[in-house]
Design a protein around this ligand. Structure first.
Ligand SMILES: Nc1ncnc2c1ncn2[C@@H]1O[C@H](COP(=O)(O)OP(=O)(O)OP(=O)(O)O)[C@@H](O)[C@H]1O
Ligand SMILES: [Zn+2]
Length: 651
């Protein structure tokens, strides 16, 4: 921990001061409490000025209460009547007290309230200890807000003149298009003001992490050539009330004096959460910050020329007040890129990286479904690192393949020596996934199987569709569940002793089954009903709320179980029917560790596919309607061409 930082913080000094004060307080107070000289005390007793006396044997102290207020020399106590003095050991003092004419007299032997005096000494130390504990806890909690407190705010608010432009943002054309207008406005506000056009005050970019939200915001500033002020929502959330709000004020002031400008607030959900939500109800500080933000936004007028861009992965938890017209009324989704987008992003990041001539970025894009811009940038960087490490000059396919796996699952664990039996289990497990996937009717081809451990996985099987998919059908989901169970079922069939390696598969299959029942309306017994709300604030530990009865919960559980059971049966059937293929695959895996799509297809040449499933009916009283869909114009055109070809062939 950085001690210097701690002592920079005034709050620490204040607390330390308080503790020191407390240590010396008893002494200081003692002086004021009317300590008098022994001789004076004895004289007072003699002069019959004392009404009550208390002797504390242990402390060798006598407390006196006088009959009337007295200004004793050296002790200006005004109207006080309580004094005490210390006495030397001996009977002298006791005699003096005895001889005096007192209304009350107590002799307290050695009892001397040690507990209380100990407490007086201990409390300051407890305070100091508590203080340090507090600092430690804070700094470990990742926030270390105490330490930042005294720091200049300018460091949290960064000003930048970004050089990036829209060209650097690939595969996010819709978002870029929306932002073009903002750029135009910042460049030529007069043009918009002249026709009375209202420009949005705030733009909200939302989407998964790493999709380029920050990059987009910077690109707007870069294109318009205006300063870019950025701060993260989590920086606002200070422990001291009022700091966040004043920081917001600062930020807007800075931006306004340098307008036109862009203010970028990352992770706005940290301040912009629905008020009164989260653990323990509201958080005053956060609310104040949020309110200040709203006030500042409302204060924008047509001549302000400042645009607020915010980013979040959780638009669902934002306070509705933020989304009202005149605030973040423009909301732009920034999604993970599609295949073409991925290729474009790869092209952007491949600049300045020498590639082997046979490298096909389109193929890389195809192998990386679901990867975000940040992932792809990472893939190319990893590939470059691997190339440099092996002293090669050009990045080739092998480096790219390894980089893709690395980004997905972490580096290979070559050093991990697996026992032969464990490798065999893994080979059958992964073989089981691959075989069941290939035996299903609605599943994309298996493109890779490996038993090289990587990250936390012992191996993995990759099933990648030819095209991006935006929705999934019931049969496809059932297929997915079946091949998720495939690994576990293969272990069962071959070894009669399943391992723990399947826990992740089981978790995935169960999650799919539950969604089919509660979200997708794919269970006959439950029907097309949405159960529970998915807006549960998982980040704050709230589970999705359940808005159905216990009886319905039972039905859901039964349906989930039955779906899993069916998947288990299907995997079992596929694997037992093709046991010889499974053995062949396991053997190849044990020998080569990794198999590519071509090698897998060869092994599967005599694989028996599962039959199509029966037509699914949502209810018995809704029988199969035999008419299928119409042909699309494209299909009709295709058919006519076929007919022409057949005619030609028949000539
Ligand atoms: N569409 C894209 N085109 C080019 N590069 C991209 C794209 N998306 C992301 N990147 C790369 O990923 C990096 C991280 O992206 P960025 O920080 O903008 O993501 P983000 O959406 O703001 O993520 P977070 O939500 O985690 O803040 C960028 O600096 C850039 O190198
Ligand atoms: Zn598995």
């Amino acid at each position: 921990m950085n001690a210097k930082k701690i002592f920079n913080s005034w709050i620490v000094w204040v607390l330390l001061g308080a503790a020191v004060l407390l240590i010396f307080l008893p002494t200081l107070l003692g002086g004021n409490n009317g300590r008098i000289d022994t001789s004076v005390g004895m004289q007072l007793l003699k002069d019959d000025k004392v009404s009550e006396a208390k002797i504390f044997d242990g402390e060798q102290r006598v407390d006196l209460t006088l009959k009337e207020p007295l200004n004793v020399a050296g002790v200006d106590k005004g109207k006080n009547v309580s004094f005490y003095y210390s006495f030397p050991r001996g009977t002298q003092v006791v005699d003096a007290v005895d001889n005096a004419n007192l209304t009350g007299y107590t002799d307290q032997p050695v009892q001397n309230n040690w507990f209380l005096s100990m407490l007086g000494v201990l409390i300051p130390f407890i305070l100091i200890a508590g203080l340090f504990w507090f600092i430690l806890a804070r700094s470990q909690g990742g926030g270390s807000k105490v330490m930042q407190f005294g720091k200049s705010r300018a460091k949290l608010i960064t000003k930048d003149m970004p050089q990036v432009t829209f060209v650097d943002v690939a595969g996010a054309d819709e978002a870029v298009e929306e932002l073009h207008e903002i750029k135009e406005f910042l460049r030529e506000p007069g043009k918009f003001q002249a026709v009375g056009a209202k420009i949005p005050k705030g733009v909200l970019l939302y989407g998964p992490p790493g999709t380029g939200k920050t990059l987009l915001a910077k690109a707007v500033a870069g294109e318009a050539g205006v300063p870019f002020y950025s701060i993260s929502g989590s920086d606002f959330v200070e422990m001291f009330v009022g700091v966040g709000a004043s920081r917001v004020r600062d930020l807007f002031e800075q931006a306004k004096t340098n307008s036109p400008a862009i203010i970028f607030v990352d992770e706005i959900d940290a301040v912009g959460r629905h008020r009164g939500a989260g653990i323990g109800g509201g958080n005053d500080e956060r609310e104040q910050t949020l309110n200040q933000l709203l006030v500042e936004m409302d204060g924008f007028d047509a001549t302000t020329n400042v645009i607020l861009i915010a980013a979040t992965n959780r638009p669902d938890v934002l306070d509705p007040a933020l989304l009202r017209p005149g605030r973040f009324d423009r909301q732009i989704p920034v999604e993970a890129p599609d295949m073409i987008g991925r290729e474009q992003i790869l092209k952007v990041h491949a600049q300045g990286k020498p590639m082997a001539t046979n490298v096909d970025l389109k193929a890389v894009a195809k192998k990386t479904p679901g990867y975000t811009g940040a992932d792809l940038a990472n893939v190319l960087n990893e590939a470059a690192l691997l190339t440099a490490r092996s002293n090669a000059q050009l990045i080739d396919d092998r480096a790219l393949d390894e980089a893709i796996d690395r980004v997905m699952a972490g580096p290979q664990k070559r050093s991990r020596l697996m026992k032969e039996h464990e490798r065999k289990i893994t080979a059958y497990h992964e073989g089981g996934h691959a075989l069941v996937a290939a035996a299903m009717r609605q599943t994309a081809p298996v493109t890779k199987v490996t038993i090289l451990p990587r990250g936390r996985a012992l191996g993995y099987t990759m099933v990648v569709p030819d095209d991006d998919k935006y929705s999934v059908t019931r049969n496809e989901l059932l297929d997915q569940m079946a091949y998720a169970m495939g690994g576990r079922v293969a272990e069962e069939i071959v070894f009669h002793d399943p391992s723990t390696g399947a826990s992740n598969d089981i978790e995935k299959a169960t999650a799919t089954a539950r969604k089919m029942v509660t979200d997708y309306g794919m269970s006959e017994r439950v029907g097309a009903v949405k159960l529970g709300s998915s807006s549960g604030d998982a980040m704050y530990g709230q589970a999705a709320s359940r808005d159905y009865s216990d009886a319905m919960a039972n039905v859901v559980d039964e349906e989930v179980r039955s779906l899993i059971d069916t998947a288990h049966d299907e995997a079992y059937a596929a694997l037992t029917e093709n046991r010889h293929v499974l053995d062949r695959l396991a053997l190849a895996l044990l020998e080569h560790e990794t198999l590519n799509q071509k090698e897998i297809e060869e092994i599967f040449h005599d694989l028996v596919k599962r039959p199509e499933r029966e037509v699914w009916l949502s209810k018995d009283t809704r029988p199969v309607h035999s008419e299928g869909p119409v042909l699309s114009p494209k299909e009709i055109a295709g058919q006519q061409q076929d007919a022409v070809v057949i005619e030609k062939a028949g000539e």
